[in-house]
Write a protein that binds this ligand. Sequence first.
Ligand SMILES: Cc1ncc(COP(=O)(O)O)c(C=O)c1O
Length: 490
Amino acid sequence: MRIGIEYILKTLYDKKTRLLRSAGFFVDICSMTHRQQLFYNYLAQTSDFPLALDIERAEGVYLYGTQGEQYIDFISGIGVSNVGHRHPKVIAAIQAQLDKYLHLMVYGEYIETPQVKLAEALVQTLPHPSPPCDGPTLLGGERTPFQQGRGQGVGFNVYFTNSGTEAVEGAMKLAKRYTGRKEFVSCFNAYHGATQGALSLAGAEFFKRNFRPLLPGVKHITHGSLEDLDKIGCRTAAVVIEVIGGEAGVRVPDVAYHQALRQRCTDVGALLIYDEIQTGFGRTGTFWAFEQYGVLPDILLTAKGMGGGMPIGAFMAPQHIMSVFKNNPILGHITTFGGHPVSCAASLATLEIVQQLLAEGKSQDVPSHFLSFRQQEVSAPSALAGTLNLDPNKRELAIPTNPIQAKSDLIRSLLIHPKIKEIRGRGLMMAVEFESFEVLKPIIDRAISRGVITDWFLFCDNSMRIAPPLTITDEQIHTACQIILEAIEG
Ligand SMILES: Cc1ncc(COP(=O)(O)O)c(C=O)c1O
């Protein structure tokens, strides 16, 4: 299996490189502008074919080039600009914080208002942990997190980071320290970040081979495969998984999968870590994607869309788990810049904007368990620890009715063309599948040249990434889809 994936990725890379070369993507230094020369001469490059769009400013869903070009950002800078570029409330929050203070002290020592307010708001997006019940226990006889009761001091704590990959690293350390175990399970075709722990989780040997040694003891499972859940065992510290597989090309599993995953983790005492770095902050039509599955993780990760364009991330866990960082060793996890006050202020404004957007649909016909999610306290020990009272046989996702899902539906209704094989996704996290990369690549190029930015996925190169700001208007969606349809035609 590993050799298969490795081979496929190598072939794809070579194929892409050839295609990009033939499309004249590699740069002719002589014909460059001064800024392009600076870009290529001084900026570390991540590939031989960066997009190299020269952007002067951004506003809402638009990016503006130095030559007056206007682009609709139909990917939100890869899932970051969920509330659009320079949202006025985000800018106001940043400006207000700039007038107060920037960095004061390393993380966790001083009381900084933007941090504590954001932590409170984030915790309030989460349901309460469930009450105690007789169930499987973790090593050392401790109960799994959501079997701990309220009133026992169990609430969520937020640990702020600067990025997604740092949130992954912190969560991995936390899981090792809390469970006393070393093994991790993650998915083939998943991406969790570029630092060495997060990279160890990557399923693709292609990206890891030349950076070994990485962390030992990482097993891989196929996202959505019930059979593979057996690989999660009593040596597993944690399963790190996206609720919806992003870089695999937006793979949406059914409810039964996540419920079985939760059950398996509970049974063997492994922590369930949901990486919502791409899916969180309203991207999939609910604040967190896991809300649509009625399953709660033990540790939750966020970043990307969280900052409204500012760099910030976080991992969140019940207090009794997070508190292990305080002892043995003291300062078990530290950071200088994690939770920068300006980023926290921007993030709190972003959170409020996203919540407002989501709230706009609540008067419509929404499944009752979804509507009541945040108010619901799991009152009886359910069959699955950490699971809301969803019918375990229910295979359908709880699809919210709100402006975000309505925009998703609008895109689906507009992007109809014989060359489009399938549209996958949830909310405004979508993948439009074509026959092959060779078909898709020229379409993406033409769309960009006509003013709509899309992309493909790290592990799915025949599908177009669509993830516009959640604030995009219907009119802007019509324009973008029209341009994509014209780009498909040639
Ligand atoms: C699901 C997921 N996890 C983690 C990361 C890493 O985040 P960052 O690039 O902020 O380190 C990404 C980035 O694309 C991601 O999509």
